[in-house]
Design a protein around this ligand. Structure first.
Ligand code: G7M
Length: 307
């Protein structure tokens, strides 16, 4: 039994902030205005992630509501010089809500994932995938129970935007954990495929083109219908390496710099489709770069090869 399963098998009481005892900050990202804290709840490790949320266009659309936001605010001066001044602005608490993501009980792997640490880039040849990556992730990956809960309508069923239950080309599209589900400016939804045998883009072959095309066309249409975002304003991509080895596609609003969109990690859905059309076993033959955090077992394995 892996560590994840062992922890989940224990009887756990539900999380509440009243019972959370803060221990330490794992990391604090000033750019993203997000802090990752670790503590205990009922003697079990818990991670509380607090994030300041973006303003929405609706809050500042020039109506009376916008004026009242500012009329009810107060300024606390920091400095003044000629025509320039800097202030803290205290606004209504509704405008100051934080997004709080809770992982409870958290495993050592979650604690490691959110801890401040160095990150390295490696090149994974097909041979290294088989001899190093695959054995490592078979032992060390995050468990995918949350994915199966979605696919079996046990959790988040009311959040599903569209679903196609076909076992080969089907998927479910729903808001990502990273999104509050309301701030259009940070739209982030994820399509999880029905097929449980495709771990990552590494496993994709020509026979999966109908799956990829199906996800692309149905999800982009659904995003347009539900959120009014045109397909040419949506970033659709995979992560390599992913955190969860059950294939899923990320969709976010192009103007939003979501975490994990950089070239060392993101593979555009369109590019993946096109690569496979040109070379049917492209992802079997390609050397794929990926990043790993210092504390990851995969990082240690690749570093030891380089030495
Ligand atoms: O890095 P990777 O490609 O594996 O991304 C996994 C995605 O799944 C991330 O964007 C997470 O925010 C998202 N995610 C993780 N969990 C545990 C959940 C969950 O329970 N529900 C939803 N809707 N998304 C999740």
């Amino acid at each position: 039994m892996g560590e994840d399963q062992a922890i989940q098998a224990q009887e756990t009481k539900s999380f509440s902030l009243d019972d959370f005892v803060y221990e330490r900050t794992l990391s604090n990202n000033a750019n993203r205005k997000v802090i990752f804290t670790l503590g205990k709840c009922h003697e079990m490790p818990a991670i509380v992630i607090l994030e300041k949320i973006s303003f929405t266009d609706e809050q500042f659309n020039g109506t009376d509501d916008t004026s009242s936001i500012l009329k009810n605010a107060s300024l606390e001066k920091i400095m003044e010089n000629d025509i320039y001044q800097n202030n803290f602005c205290k606004v209504d608490s509704e405008l100051n809500k934080l997004k709080a993501t809770i992982i409870y009980p958290a495993t050592d792997k979650h604690i490691s994932k959110y801890s401040e640490q160095n990150i390295y880039v490696f090149n994974e040849t097909p041979e290294l995938y088989k001899s190093v990556t695959l054995p490592c992730l078979e032992k060390e990956q995050f468990n995918c129970d949350w994915v199966y809960n979605v696919l079996e309508h046990r959790h988040e069923a009311d959040r599903i935007i569209i679903e196609d239950l076909d076992p080969e080309i089907g998927f479910m599209l729903l808001p990502d954990l990273k999104w509050d589900g309301v701030t259009a400016e940070t739209m982030y939804v994820t399509a999880i495929i029905m097929n449980r045998n495709i771990k990552s883009i590494r496993d994709l072959r020509e026979c999966h083109l109908p799956l990829l095309e199906n996800i692309k066309s149905k999800c982009l249409t659904a995003i347009k219908e539900k959120y009014g975002v045109n397909s040419n304003q949506v970033r659709a991509y995979f992560h390599y390496q992913p955190s969860y080895y059950h294939l899923h596609v990320h969709f976010n609003y192009l103007k939003y710099d979501a975490p994990g969109i950089f070239c060392e990690k993101a593979h555009l859905l369109n590019t993946v489709i096109d690569n496979i059309k040109m070379v049917p076993n492209y992802y079997e033959k390609a050397t794929l770069s990926f990043t790993a955090r210092e504390n990851d077992k995969l990082c240690a394995a690749y570093k030891s090869i380089a030495e």
